[in-house]
Write a protein that binds this ligand. Structure first.
Ligand code: NAD
Length: 360
């Protein structure tokens, strides 16, 4: 197979980690006879500097032409004073919208090699954490109308509307059920249907769509209980299906309990067209250009790109196994360093993973 990938390196540590991510997925794909070619495009602060826009039209075109998009991170203090419309983050929201990406997949996996970094009690961590939060990305209070800050009765009133259509719920439910079929076949749908009408519709539609996936076990939790269960017994979860607002919070909670930000990948997918694959972390301006960034979140995002974006599951598995092997060998970047381990920079860590991919 030959596939074309658009690279959006972005700002700060973005270019450093994407360089390592590219080397890893190229090596893994070639082990199975696949060829990848890459084309760069500008986004975020780098695009503002070059063209005045955080998401130039040419970038959207290049992304649409690609089989998958691989993104580093955007933003930094240099652009913090810019108006809302000219900020780097606007590029990120813009590209998600332009590609119609409505599903955000955020795995939280506690690798046994990094169990020491887990924030939970050892007996809870010992039961394992291996879950994916499937968050709806295009609806909910972030986009619902009416919205705004208005004068009412002599004081200001803030207003946002929680809106979901049946179709929006159905398509994200399908994403979760399909994903569960490739994992442990369990979906937990999270809502607040005891209080919110939007959630009542959410639950009804999820239950209805489940009829097409009877081989997958479906459970429901209210969001407050889900937040507690994530820290009390995260091993019970396989796929968590939820809306934009609850998913925003739960995906960060699920991710942080496993340890370092530098280890967390993500994927955003739509109905058709290329998906977007990016590490969860930001552009880390405090360590940019110092060869200190952990490239593993980008490399693991690359593995998701191979599996979900290009249909190359063997190359994805190989990439993930190589990351585990390098950690098992004792290699660490500064953010995940523990006594007795070997400290590596971003480039050396990336090279270790590639070496491993070539010999595993
Ligand atoms: P951040 O994720 O960039 O950094 C938080 C902390 O984690 C920093 O101390 C940083 O050094 C560390 N860190 C992050 N990634 C790391 C890695 N791969 N290896 C080692 N350490 C790592 O979050 P922030 O400081 O809140 O934001 C910095 C900039 O990034 C801001 O402009 C923000 O808007 C932007 N941001 C972008 C995205 C994105 O592009 N998806 C996400 C979050 C923040």
């Amino acid at each position: 197979m030959r596939k074309h990938i658009c690279l959006l390196e972005g700002d700060g540590i973005g270019p450093e980690i994407i360089t390592q991510g590219v080397a890893a997925i190229k090596a893994a794909a070639s082990r199975f006879g696949h060829e990848l070619d890459f084309e760069k495009a500008l986004i975020g602060g780098a695009a503002i500097d070059a063209s005045g826009e955080p998401l130039p039209a040419q970038t959207i075109e290049k992304c649409r032409r690609a089989d998958a998009v691989f993104l580093g991170a955007v933003g930094g203090p240099k652009w913090d004073a810019h108006s809302h419309d000219k900020r780097p983050e606007k590029g990120l929201l813009g590209i998600r919208k332009a590609l119609g990406l409505y599903a955000n997949l955020r795995p939280a996996l506690l690798m046994p090699e990094l169990a020491g970094a887990c924030l939970l009690k050892p007996e809870i961590a010992a039961a394992g954490i291996d879950l994916v939060v499937v968050r709806e990305l295009t609806g909910d209070v972030y986009f619902g109308e009416p919205r705004g800050i208005k004068e009412h009765g002599g004081e200001r009133v803030g207003l946002n509307s929680m809106v979901y259509t049946e179709g929006e719920v159905r398509r994200i439910a399908r994403t979760a059920f399909e994903l569960a079929r490739s994992r442990r076949r369990r979906v937990c749908s999270v809502d607040k249907s005891n209080v919110l009408e939007t959630s009542r519709l959410w639950r009804e539609v999820v239950v209805d769509e489940h009829k097409n996936y009877i081989d997958v076990e479906l459970a429901h939790l209210y969001v407050d209980n889900a937040a507690m269960q994530l820290v009390r017994a995260p091993s019970q979860f396989d796929v968590i299906l939820t809306g934009n607002l609850f998913g925003d919070i739960l995906s960060d909670e699920a991710a942080v309990i496993t340890g370092s930000l530098g280890m967390l990948p993500s994927a955003s997918t739509g109905a058709s067209g290329p998906g977007l694959f990016e590490p969860v972390h930001g552009s880390a301006p405090d360590i940019a250009g110092q060869d200190k960034a952990n490239p593993l979140a980008a490399i693991l995002s690359g593995a998701m790109l191979l599996r979900l974006g290009l249909g190359m599951p063997e190359a994805a598995d190989l990439t993930e196994r190589a990351v585990r092997a390098v950690l098992a060998e004792g290699c660490r970047t500064a953010d995940i360093m523990e006594p007795g381990k070997t400290l590596l920079g971003c480039v050396a860590m990336g090279q270790k993973v590639v070496e491993c991919i070539c010999k595993l």
